[in-house]
Design a protein around this ligand. Structure first.
Ligand code: WTA
Length: 664
């Protein structure tokens, strides 16, 4: 983890120092939610669980559950593993012999798809709705568990015909449609590793990920509708595949009936492929430690990391967290508004809800089309019980006004969730009051692609503070430390670390175990370094302040500064680029780029437009550029590393911190 100045320390008299801080921040014209008096005031008020929520809660005695799990986390996770069906149980729960390559449920055999589908059919709930789907244009589809099971089996047989075997990588570049779930589950049933790539990524970003994983099959769609426009997925996929020798076949889902180019030798329609397939398929008996999937996420270099999760542990972590955090009893309609291309989609659109045997809602589209009440309309229409979304969406909806949620009956809602970036107290309270009508607890869940499951989050029976992710999930030990790994006092900012192991932890980075060790385990041996900075208040509640490394969170999407910089440098006018995140009232952060131009180029508006296009081509629309500044020099260390921290401090008018390494 790079050494960074740890932001603001919080002293024993928070309210007094808060005023001073607020002034400074105002001067700096930042919207940084973590730094305002609001957070400090918020730290005082506690929201207690209602009797209604406590009545049937899976976990009634929150404090006792935390205490018991803390005494013996391994035992806690072994208990949790009993919710999964195993073909063979484990000889040992946790193997620590090859640190930090921890292993869970040694010797056990199981299968993800079996647990998400087959066992529910065997238990007689095949008629229950597994997936509800709606797209922006209003089309709908519905699958029961039995229907989904059959679809998955057909696709398993089809993929096998295409030569897919256990351990192979299959790339999935699809919108939020049922076929995404079917493809993922089919891979899981075979034991092949899927690599789902967010359908908003560009051809270049897709190609990078396919190449790294050397995927032999790509599953994509003709296109998708987004904000009333057609997204031409097939042609993006074609461009990517041109750069990838490993891809032998491309499976194309007909999603919006648009005309596409078709390479008859390489491409095959999904519907043709499954037409005559059997609805029964063999389940691969996977070892608990076999890799389940690879999912690419941004790090501090330009090259994304292929995070690997293991079959057994991933399932245990995801099922236990979804069941407890969202208090599931089996019949809920659960709506997670993320995309399957992110870990949130993997764990809480697809695997979590299906492992728990509940109904998951997939919505392919934006939340404010045709009107800003689309999201509330969907909740009313499908009687959604749990809404799990992101702060950026909450803030955008709040901006549209209270009248939009007020138009809809949302009595079905019981629990609300948030993930992806800090949920500022003001947005928390809006969510609580205008969406949850003061009766739905908000589960602000802190976790990461690497953790696979929620790590710091309340449970519905827990006390809440607006803007805090509260306390670690039972069986997780987290703390705040300084750069030497020493625990810091309550109220003091520091690095957020995890002190113990958990079943759904990442196992490695695909083809790069050294990077895995270096990124997460080396700086402070023995701890898992999350890369985030946070503080704990005197009641032991955690407050996340954001990333402490060179990773940005734009509208909840993770993106590396180095990725964006190397995208800028692709343009012939740019010699050097330094990129930082600056606060944005809706998106949390947007990118500000500082560019040094090659001699002969001038920083015109025309050039700015071209540069924006260059970045969009390289990374897709996820990299939202707020501003470009043309500069003569960038602050650098003696070794030539751009000091983004200094750039940021200067931009926001904050103290520059330790600048001893600065040379220019
Ligand atoms: C941030 C998303 C504040 C954090 C599941 C983390 C959060 C990164 C929260 C991981 C939260 C996630 N409050 N910040 N509730 N949840 N983050 O891998 O900086 O896309 O390190 O996983 O998101 O992003 P990733």
């Amino acid at each position: 983890m790079p050494k960074k100045t740890i932001p603001s320390t919080r002293d024993k008299k928070p309210l007094k120092s808060a005023k001073k801080k607020a002034l400074k921040i105002q001067k700096a014209k930042t919207a940084n939610a973590r730094e305002t008096t609001e957070v400090l005031l918020s730290a005082q008020k506690i929201y207690k669980p209602s009797r209604e929520i406590l009545k049937n809660a899976n976990v009634k005695d929150y404090e006792k559950t935390l205490k018991t799990a803390a005494k013996n986390p391994e035992k806690f996770w072994e208990e949790a593993a009993k919710d999964i069906t195993w073909f063979k149980t484990w000889d040992k729960v946790l193997d620590k012999s090859n640190k930090p390559f921890y292993k869970w449920f040694i010797g056990a055999k199981t299968n993800l798809a079996y647990n998400a589908l087959d066992r529910h059919i065997e238990a007689g709930i095949g008629g229950r709705t597994a997936i509800l789907w709606e797209d922006e244009t209003g089309r709908t589809r519905k699958y029961t568990y039995l229907e989904l099971f059959k679809e998955v089996n057909k696709f398993v047989n089809a993929l096998k015909n295409l030569g897919v075997k256990k351990g192979n990588r299959v790339a999935i570049y699809l919108p939020n449609i049922p076929e995404t779930a079917i493809s993922m589950l089919a891979c899981a049933k075979i034991g092949a590793m899927h690599s789902v790539v967010y359908a908003g990524y560009s051809a270049m970003a897709l190609a990078d990920r396919i190449r790294d994983a050397s995927a032999k099959i790509l599953i994509t769609a003709d296109g998708s509708f987004r904000r009333g426009k057609i997204v031409d997925l097939k042609s993006i996929a074609d461009k990517a595949v041109k750069e990838c020798k490993s891809v032998k076949r491309v499976v194309v889902v007909k999603n919006n009936n648009q005309k596409v180019e078709f390479d008859k030798k390489r491409d095959v329609w999904y519907h043709d492929l499954i037409k005559n397939q059997r609805t029964e398929a063999k389940t691969a008996k996977m070892d608990s430690e076999d890799p389940a999937f690879v999912l690419y996420t941004s790090g501090t270099t330009a090259k994304p990391k292929g995070i690997i999760h293991a079959v057994g542990g991933y399932m245990v972590g995801v099922l236990r967290t979804i069941k407890w955090v969202f208090d599931l009893h089996g019949k809920e309609v659960f709506w997670c508004t993320a995309d399957p291309g992110w870990i949130t989609g993997h764990s809480y659109i697809i695997y979590g809800p299906l492992l728990a045997g509940i109904t998951t809602l997939m919505y392919e589209g934006v939340p404010d089309m045709p009107k800003p009440d689309r999201i509330w309309r969907i909740i009313e229409k499908y009687k959604v019980n749990i809404l799990y979304t992101a702060p950026t969406l909450i803030r955008a909806m709040a901006k549209y006004g209270n009248e939009w949620p007020a138009k809809h009956k949302m009595k079905s809602l019981r629990i609300l969730g948030s993930v992806g970036e800090p949920l500022n107290p003001e947005a928390w309270r809006w969510y609580y009051e205008f969406v949850g009508k003061n009766r739905c607890p908000i589960m602000d869940t802190w976790w990461q692609t690497e953790t696979g499951m929620h790590m710091i989050t309340p449970l519905p029976s827990a006390p809440l503070k607006a803007g805090s992710v509260t306390k670690p999930f039972p069986g997780i030990i987290a703390d705040i430390v300084d750069k030497d790994g020493k625990k810091v006092k309550a109220g003091k900012g520091g690095y957020l670390v995890i002190l113990n192991q958990w079943p759904s932890m990442a196992r490695t980075i695909f083809n790069n175990p050294d990077r895995y060790v270096k990124t997460y385990w080396q700086e402070m041996p023995g701890f898992y370094a999350s890369g985030d900075i946070a503080f704990k208040d005197k009641d032991g509640f955690f407050w996340i302040q954001g990333r402490g490394d060179d990773v940005l969170k734009i509208a909840g999407h993770r993106i590396g500064t180095a990725e964006v910089e190397s995208a800028f440098i692709r343009h012939k006018a740019v010699v050097e680029a330094g990129v930082i995140g600056v606060p944005d009232p809706v998106k949390g952060e947007v990118i500000k780029a500082f560019l040094i131009l090659r001699r002969g180029f001038t920083g015109s508006d025309e050039l700015k437009k071209e540069l924006l296009l260059t970045v969009r081509r390289a990374l897709g629309p996820v990299a939202v550029i707020g501003d470009i500044a043309f500069v003569d020099q960038l602050p650098k260390t003696r070794s030539g590393k751009i000091m983004r921290r200094v750039l940021k401090a200067r931009e926001l008018g904050l103290p520059e911190g330790d600048t001893s390494a600065l040379v220019s």
